[in-house]
Design a protein around this ligand. Structure first.
Ligand SMILES: CC(C)(COP(=O)(O)OP(=O)(O)OC[C@H]1O[C@@H](n2cnc3c(N)ncnc32)[C@H](O)[C@@H]1OP(=O)(O)O)[C@@H](O)C(=O)NCCC(=O)NCCS
Length: 238
């Protein structure tokens, strides 16, 4: 692994999924820092929490590296803008979409020619499932989740959680859209959007993927418009 300039191309029938453990990036801290722009370097200095600081350095540095390989710009010059609710996008790149997620020392990125959303969660997080379900999910979603046995309730919780989060990141609404959409908690549902603004007419446009993840992690991806194959990429290839 060199993190040297390289060329990556999107395939029209595939979305590229990159999953990286931050431990692998420790020797590349200096290189990743050199990819950041001035504003990001200032932001990095303001972090007081060291873990959050390292996550920002790794996730933003690697985002700049990977987007530079796909777009042909220099890492530091890639123009990353953010939408109304914080969704990052690249200004100059047409038909180039991405999203990213980080949790428990893992980074994940999804790149495609269509709008995408991605969420990963470390299932070792200590959380009270029931109160969170009541706070963030609709009655329909809670019923969908309650069908699972005690042995499966945690995995199904994170499946539903990451699906919903990935969907809200694909639309760009983020947490502001929490009450507008509902998802199914059943496994392997390519069409897992059960309603949006009280209707189900958008269901056909959204394709959901339960991701294969390292142990303890759960992840979901969402792609708009078209069903694509997920191509697992590795930094060792480049
Ligand atoms: C910010 C949010 C989009 C995701 O937060 P998260 O799950 O804690 O974090 P993730 O690691 O999955 O994603 C963070 C990345 O998503 C991207 N992002 C931020 N806002 C986004 C948005 N509106 N849409 C899409 N992507 C967004 C950013 O790249 C961000 O990483 P960065 O800040 O390092 O650049 C937002 O939805 C949120 O605050 N969620 C809280 C979780 C929650 O309450 N979920 C309820 C159950 S579904």
């Amino acid at each position: 692994m060199k993190l040297s300039p390289c060329k990556l191309a999107l395939d029209k029938d595939c979305a590229d999924l990159w999953v990286i453990n931050t431990h692998e990036l420790v020797p590349y801290q200096g290189r990743l820092h050199s990819f950041l722009d001035g504003e990001e370097r200032q932001k990095l200095q303001r972090f007081t929490n060291l873990e959050a600081k390292a996550t920002f350095l790794y996730s933003r540095g690697l985002l700049r590296f990977l987007t530079s390989c796909y777009t042909g710009s220099e890492p530091q010059k890639v123009r990353i803008s953010t939408g109304n609710h914080g969704k990052p996008y690249i200004e100059e790149a047409e038909n180039f979409f991405f999203n990213l997620s980080h949790s428990g020392g893992l980074l994940a990125y999804l790149f495609a020619g269509y709008p995408v959303g991605l969420d990963i969660e470390d299932s070792r997080r200590k959380i009270e499932l029931e109160p969170i379900m009541k706070r963030f999910f609709s009655l329909t979603e809670i019923e969908s989740w309650k069908k699972f046995s005690a042995a499966n309730e945690k995995l199904s919780f994170f499946r539903g959680w990451t699906r919903k989060e990935a969907f809200l990141k694909a639309t760009g609404e983020g947490i502001s859209g929490l009450s507008h959409s509902t998802v199914s908690f059943e496994p392997n549902q390519r069409k897992a959007l059960t309603s949006r603004f009280g209707k189900n007419d958008e269901n056909e446009f959204w394709f959901f993927y339960d991701l294969q993840m390292p142990e303890f992690f759960v992840g979901s991806a969402v792609i708009k418009h078209k069903e694509l194959a997920l191509r697992q990429r590795s930094l060792l290839e480049i």
